[in-house]
Design a protein around this ligand. Structure first.
Ligand SMILES: Cc1cc2nc3c(=O)[nH]c(=O)nc-3n(C[C@H](O)[C@H](O)[C@H](O)COP(=O)(O)OP(=O)(O)OC[C@H]3O[C@@H](n4cnc5c(N)ncnc54)[C@H](O)[C@@H]3O)c2cc1C
Ligand SMILES: C[S@@+](CC[C@H](N)C(=O)[O-])C[C@H]1O[C@@H](n2cnc3c(N)ncnc32)[C@H](O)[C@@H]1O
Length: 577
């Protein structure tokens, strides 16, 4: 045990006795990381790219060394892996490394399902962001957004070039070179002549050095690119709108050191008191399906960390009697094959929610729940470098590339970046196509006798809310009526009656408007020098955290948590063409 071997590649992941020491020698020392990390200033980022995540030994070793330095800078670790191991195999293979016990435990808690594509995991305390790309190396590298992403160091760790030439091909090294700048380093345990030649052809200057222990040589190299590493600039950023998308973005930017001002025209931004993290997923490999899955896998841990007092990770049940949605979810259930993400409702689950004899059948998604909306927004905005201004933004002059002038109903301000998170209100400030307004109403009802401890979704949904009430929802229409309508409350109540045979007594109704797009994806990214983050439709609580992460990475020139094609699919200009 503890010396994992790949039968397909006829090679070891690492040596049992000295895997950790070799990782430190070849990759940490090989890239001179400790010395370079010491020079980082507060909030600056350093990015490592790895080919072959394997058992995560290099990552865990990097995590430990980074932690020991206690830097206030940020470390991005991006690793591409075509054949990801299960959490159990990973744990077994690292059994001989008690020194990494804490790091292994930290990783196992958040290790993602093995579905293809990008997985972003943030280690808040350590200031590390891990992006696991479960793809073939060629696809993974070309899925990275090139424009401003620059890697500082590369760990080349795909099995031996003889057994696995694909991982070391000239095209791979060319892609790596194009993601590098003039201080980027690289190291590899292998010093084969084929790799040396390829590296030289692709703009790397090689220093052949002594290999680990009895290995003769290893490769250390530096990129000869003329590109320089983009500087980290602490920016003054305006966020317009204190709904869930604005609050998540303000929080994420402030955590990275930017000075954020949030403008909200209303007294309390939010009309809907409680959001359910409804698992709306699809097994297809379209940008939309990838967006749903990536958002869903990211949002819950984000709220647990950023607004723990407002997030209730109860899990959510999706009922079987809503056939269409159930079949779709069943497909993704098979694809994910991970009980931590979704499982069939069984007697143990029903018992744990006091739902025995309820006749409920369906799927259980443990890593979701419901959010107390206004308190979440308050919690997200409670950071020293966020100021909330209750003013309406009426105009933005962005003709000056560096400074945007923002005019509110009271005065003028100047910012480096302006982010529009004000839903369909964005149309009054910039000419946007493709956003529609859809009315909806939810109903707060008295708690019935039957206990409902978690949201249950079918054609409608019911969710815990206060100690004495629940919310049910929601209606969907095209009209603009701002007052509640009795018929909508009735529709909500009838849906729950049909789903759960519950008779409910209304307390209060809430009306709000969703901003939707034709392809159901939000509008996200730059348009005319402004940042757009709108169009979250019926699932803003699930999509807002990932969108905040994407925009923050774009502003900081960090690797994105999603693939390039998906980022392009979110382009806010797409309905203008
Ligand atoms: C009935 C109903 C039920 C819903 N239930 C759920 C649910 O259970 N789960 C879920 O995830 N989603 C749900 N949604 C969807 C959810 O409400 C949206 O996805 C979410 O609110 C979008 O958030 P946002 O921050 O983008 O926009 P908004 O919440 O609309 O926030 C935009 C903010 O910008 C402010 N603003 C606008 N213009 C300006 C300006 N010029 N200056 C300053 N401020 C400005 C507005 O006052 C507002 O506060 C529901 C929607 C409806 C209608
Ligand atoms: C030596 S192991 C990596 C060990 C790892 N860095 C660690 O610290 O545990 C090589 C890894 O490369 C992966 N790999 C092999 N061919 C690949 C390819 N074409 N694309 C992406 N990953 C690949 C293997 O699945 C394996 O996990």
């Amino acid at each position: 045990m503890g010396e994992p071997i790949s039968l397909s590649f006829n090679d070891r992941y690492f040596y049992k006795q000295n895997g950790l020491a070799e990782s430190s020698y070849v990759f940490i020392k090989g890239n001179n990381l400790k010395e370079r990390w010491k020079k980082l200033t507060k909030d600056e980022s350093f990015t490592i790219g790895e080919l072959g995540f394997g058992c995560g030994l290099n990552f865990l070793n990097t995590l430990k060394k980074w932690k020991a330095l206690q830097k206030e800078a940020k470390l991005n670790f991006v690793s591409i892996e075509r054949f990801p191991l299960t959490a159990l195999d990973l744990e077994k293979s690292l059994i001989n490394y008690p020194d990494l016990k804490n790091e292994i435990k930290t990783l196992l808690k958040v290790y993602p399902p093995l579905s293809r594509g990008f997985h972003r995991i943030n280690f808040e305390q350590e200031n590390i962001s891990l992006t696991l790309i479960f793809e073939d190396v060629h696809r993974g590298l070309s899925d990275l957004t090139k424009s401003d992403v620059t890697f500082d160091a590369w760990f080349l760790d795909g099995f031996s070039p003889k057994e696995n030439p694909e991982m070391w091909s000239s095209q791979v090294l060319k892609n790596i070179s194009s993601l590098s700048h003039n201080q980027t380093s690289l190291s590899s345990f292998s010093a084969s002549s084929m790799i040396k030649k390829s590296l030289e052809e692709n703009n790397f200057e090689i220093r052949l050095t002594k290999g680990y222990k009895n290995k003769r040589h290893m490769i250390r190299a530096n990129n000869k690119s003329s590109a320089t590493k983009p500087e980290f600039n602490r920016k003054k950023i305006a966020v317009i709108g204190a709904g869930i998308s604005g609050a998540c973005l303000a929080n994420s930017l402030a955590k990275r050191g930017h000075a954020v001002t949030v403008f909200e025209k209303d007294n309390t931004g939010i009309d809907i008191p409680c959001f359910v993290g409804n698992p709306n997923l699809s097994h297809a490999n379209t940008p939309y399906a990838r967006f749903l899955l990536a958002s869903f896998l990211f949002f819950s841990s984000h709220y647990s960390k950023q607004c723990p007092n407002s997030w209730n990770e109860t899990g959510v049940i999706v009922l079987k009697n809503e056939e269409k949605n159930y079949c779709k979810l069943n497909e993704i259930c098979k694809k994910l094959n991970d009980n931590e993400i979704v499982s069939k409702v069984d007697s143990t689950i029903l018992k744990s929610f006091d739902l025995n004899n309820s006749g409920i059948d369906g799927l259980y998604f443990p890593k979701t729940g419901y959010l107390n909306t206004q308190s979440a927004i308050n919690e997200l905005l409670e950071l020293n470098n966020i100021s909330l201004i209750q003013e309406e933004v009426i105009k933005i002059n962005n003709s000056d590339k560096d400074q945007k002038e923002l005019i509110s109903n009271k005065t003028k301000y100047y910012f480096d970046e302006v982010c529009l998170c004000n839903s369909f209100g964005a149309n009054d400030l910039i000419n946007l196509n493709g956003v529609n307004k859809k009315r909806g109403q939810i109903t707060e009802v008295k708690k019935p006798k039957r206990i409902i401890k978690l949201p249950i979704c079918g054609r409608g949904y019911i969710s815990p809310y206060t100690d004495t009430s629940l919310v049910i929802g929601s209606s969907y229409s095209n009209d603009g009526l701002e007052q509640p309508r009795d018929e909508d409350d009735q529709e909500n109540t009838e849906k729950i009656k049909a789903m759960l045979n519950l008779d409910l007594e209304k307390i209060k109704s809430y009306v709000s408007f969703r901003s939707t797009t034709k392809d159901h994806l939000p509008l996200l990214g730059y348009k005319e020098g402004l940042i757009i983050n709108i169009g979250h439709g019926s699932k803003g609580s699930v999509s807002a955290p990932l969108c905040a992460e994407i925009i923050s990475d774009v502003i900081d020139n960090n690797p994105l948590p999603i693939d390039k094609t998906l980022y392009e699919a979110l382009n806010p200009n797409r309905f203008n063409y």
